[in-house]
Design a protein around this ligand. Structure first.
Ligand code: AMP
Ligand code: MG
Length: 517
């Protein structure tokens, strides 16, 4: 297996190359050398053929002993230079100091024959200097969730880190899933994540917080150079353009999350990608019955800081924290404030465009705001399934406001009956609006189905795949991967598009998730 490595992050930025893994602060460094810790008996559970293609790896190479060894952390391939990145973060609203890759180890940056650069990172590969008191490992359930969801997000067209492989380690890991004093042994696993960059807001914040201004300037230059090649080399306002771009990408990302009902769950600044990618899949979830205040993260159940509808304002708050860090080396604060305003503008524009598209409206008109708002209010009040609602809405004929077409979006007959009249009235308004646009029902249906997915990785589906995998049955995982490849088509097995079943309402992993992973 030949992979061409060009490890710019470790070659161009200063790091702590001592290689010992004791937990410690690493001032003056952007990374610390860390070799993966051996695992007992690695076994390939799944891989993404699309990511393999990006890396120009063939099927038989992925199924080789060499691959298993390298991507479980048991062997380094020529050119690999493993390290953990140093970063800090604001967690749940407070500065948490140095965090860093406590269980992620980057192997290096591969450049493929098309000149694309992909960093390979093992999550769960053992302790690093940033592990603090934790074990550097990951369990199978959370690794499966990350593997599945990051690929599903990609196929939905949403910016994300990718996943090449999912490997069971053969080691057991102790976890207290609900922090209730009941630790159990769980199978360990390692996901190989793949991304153009794993740099987070927190990589900049930690340098500002330590007053390491020269290093901060260096990291900014490095990031623009490597990760934002579209920003000109000589451009005088490189820095301005860069921050503006980060703000824009972050705004676009959260609007995409809202489009498909995705809740990240832990939008701390250490989990915010500088490239505007979805990163660090932990207690994330997909909203079933629409509720703007919903979060799958039990740790956030009281405050709901990271709930569905809060994500845009949290993204801005996180950008403000990034701006605070950048301010220490910025010619002026106003440059940064301009970037933040650009976030606001982009957010409004994208949000309105996204909603217009979801409802199949050809053009945004001012009166549409109340029509759209009322739909979400009704969905919330009547516990309507968001994914199902938009898919069904596409089937409505503009001349015939027939509510029965939407019936399957309701969780049960009685909720339907209870809210029938309100929905009927709304649908009449909606159809009147549609009649005003010169557009065939079929054309609109196709347009809507291109932005409203038929398949999303509902929490209970991921949990079913996990339950089966724990019994050594990978068939559910494979079916989900296949469905996730074409999330907008109609022809998906009905059991994979079914609304959340009643049994899943209170089942751990389906309705609530802890950070324990
Ligand atoms: P998260 O909220 O999962 O993004 O993690 C926050 C911080 O905790 C990061 O610095 C992680 O690297 C670290 N961390 C989480 N789980 C572990 C673990 N099992 N071992 C070491 N570090 C961990
Ligand atoms: Mg994280």
């Amino acid at each position: 297996m030949r992979l061409e490595f060009d490890n710019r992050f470790v070659n161009e930025l200063p790091g702590d190359s001592s290689g010992h893994l004791q937990s410690r602060l690493t001032p003056g460094a952007c990374w610390a050398a860390a070799h993966p810790t051996r695992v007992a008996k690695p076994r390939l559970i799944a891989y993404s053929r699309e990511v393999a293609e990006l890396l120009e790896l063939k099927d038989e190479q992925i199924r080789s002993e060499e691959f298993l060894d390298a991507f479980s952390g048991n062997r380094l391939l020529p050119g690999m230079n493993p390290y953990a990145a140093r970063y800090g973060g604001h967690q749940f609203g407070s500065w948490a100091g140095q965090l860093g890759d406590g269980r992620a180890i980057s192997l290096g940056e591969v450049v493929n024959s098309r000149g694309q650069r992909w960093e390979l990172q093992l999550k769960g590969a053992g302790a690093t200097p940033y592990s603090r008191r934790a074990d550097g490992r990951a369990v199978l359930r959370s690794s499966m969730r990350e593997f599945l969801c990051s690929e599903a997000m990609h196929h939905l067209g949403i910016p994300t880190t990718r996943a090449l492989s999912l490997i069971a380690t053969g080691d057991q890991v102790v976890r207290d899933m609900f922090y209730d004093g009941n630790p159990t042994m769980e199978p360990g696993a390692i996901v190989c994540r793949v991304s153009g960059s794993f740099i987070r807001f927190g990589n900049f914040e930690i340098l500002a917080s330590y007053g390491e201004r020269d290093l901060l300037e260096k990291l900014i230059e490095f990031t623009i150079d490597r990760d934002f090649p579209e920003i000109g080399q000589q451009s005088e306002d490189r820095f301005v353009t860069w921050f503006r771009t980060v703000c824009e990408r972050t705004a676009k990302l959260v609007v995409e999350w809202l489009r498909v009902g995705f809740v990240h769950g832990v939008m701390n600044t250490d989990n915010m990608s500088i490239l505007g990618l979805t990163i660090d899949y932990g207690p994330y979830g997909w909203v079933d019955n629409f509720d703007p205040n919903w979060t799958p993260n039990t740790t956030d159940a009281d405050w709901r800081r990271y709930a569905l509808a809060n994500q845009p304002s949290i993204a801005r708050w996180n950008l403000e924290r990034l701006a605070d860090a950048l301010e220490t080396v910025s010619p002026s604060r106003s440059i940064l404030d301009e970037g933040l305003s650009h976030f606001d503008g982009t957010l409004q524009e994208q949000l309105s465009g996204m909603l217009t598209a979801k409802f199949g409206l050809a053009r945004t008109e001012e009166e549409d705001a109340s029509l759209i708002e009322e739909a979400f209010e009704l969905m919330h009040r009547a516990n309507v399934d968001m994914t199902e609602f938009f898919r069904s809405l596409a089937n409505v004929k503009s001349q015939v406001p027939d509510l029965s077409l939407l019936k399957n979006a309701f969780y049960g007959e009685s909720l339907y009956r209870e809210h029938e009249a309100e929905f009927d009235a709304w649908l009449v308004r909606y159809c009147t609006r549609l009649s005003g646009q010169q557009d065939a029902d079929e054309t609109r249906r196709r347009r809507m189905n291109a932005v409203n997915p038929r398949f999303v990785l509902r929490n209970y589906l991921a949990q079913q795949a996990i339950d089966a995998a724990m019994q050594n049955d990978m068939s559910v995982l494979e079916r989900l991967m296949e469905a996730a490849r074409h999330p907008y088509i109609d022809d998906i097995p009905s059991d994979l598009t079914a609304k959340r079943p009643d049994w899943a309402i209170d089942k751990p992993g389906c309705s609530m998730l802890s950070c324990s992973s």
